[in-house]
Write a protein that binds this ligand. Structure first.
Ligand code: NAP
Length: 242
């Protein structure tokens, strides 16, 4: 039976494990940043591998046949490591990348190339901002002293940031709830990563409804030369190919 490693941490990775685990030997790898999802089929391993070399050693020791990198579009480091490790170990690698969001009429997007650039641009866009960018890169906003920040996190945290408030939440979010959140807090600008997917899209729709600008941080570039698909079904098909 083929043995597949899924690099996970996304809803697409979980969906892939659900579809493939009854048919083949599947191990899902998680970074361990958040609580482990319940009921994920197949085996689960948690924590970093120790760089590309560590991942290569793991792939060889565990005798995998193929790897699907189904990590978040902003998890660029593990994707680069996967490409390097699979090339070195001679394994097939597929990247499963959800499509980016695309602006539609009514959207007021301002694109930033990095979190640091977004932090520099923010004060000119509004004095009350909603930050829905996760926890790891919030430090980029430490020098933003003229904007009040509403920050959404998965779990409570003490942040070394100027005036801010934390709101806890885990997607999927509804348009009604996102609109109410932005209105209630008098938000003037929404800051988000260009993540794609449906679970967190409601904040984009809410901003459109309220005519608010969205400061959108562009995705990091994909690793050159790695075959990629956008849909879970296509990744399932890839596994079946010789
Ligand atoms: P990253 O910057 O690309 O990775 C940093 C390090 O974390 C990697 O070098 C690796 O450590 C370890 N790592 C990352 N993903 C792993 C995985 N699936 N299994 C085992 N180790 C992993 O990634 P990140 O942005 O911190 O994201 C971490 C995880 O959260 C990813 O699995 C991603 O799918 C998920 N996630 C990220 C975001 C986001 O916005 N970045 C959003 C939602 C979910 P070693 O070098 O020691 O191997």
């Amino acid at each position: 039976m083929p043995r597949l490693l899924i690099l996970g941490g996304t809803s697409e990775a979980a969906e892939l494990a659900r579809l493939l685990a009854p048919k083949i030997d599947v191990v899902t790898s998680l970074a361990g940043r958040t609580t482990t999802p319940n009921g994920l089929p197949g085996a689960i391993r948690i924590g970093g591998f120790g760089g590309a070399e560590g991942l290569e050693a793991y792939l060889r020791a565990e005798q995998f046949d193929a790897v699907i990198d189904a990590t978040h579009p902003f998890a660029a480091r593990i994707s680069a490591h996967a490409a390097q490790a699979c090339a070195a170990a001679g394994l097939r690698l597929l990247a499963l990348r959800r499509p980016s969001w695309l602006p539609i009429p009514g959207d007021r997007w301002i694109m930033a190339d990095s979190m640091a650039e977004a932090a520099r641009m923010l004060p000119s866009l509004g004095h009350r901002a909603f930050l829905a960018i996760g926890r790891q890169e919030l430090g980029a906003f430490a020098g933003v002293t003229t904007v009040w920040l509403l920050i959404r996190l998965l779990a409570p945290e003490t942040l070394a940031l100027p005036e801010h408030q934390i709101v806890l939440g885990r997607g999927p979010f509804s348009l009604a709830d996102e609109t109410a959140l932005l209105t209630e807090h008098g938000i003037k600008v929404v800051v988000t990563k260009e993540s794609g997917g449906t679970a967190t899209y409601a904040k984009i729709e809410a901003a459109r409804t309220l005519s608010l600008p969205v400061l959108m941080i562009r995705r990091p570039p994909v690793v050159a030369g790695v075959e990629a698909v956008a849909e879970v079904a296509a990744a399932v098909g890839w596994v079946g190919r010789p």
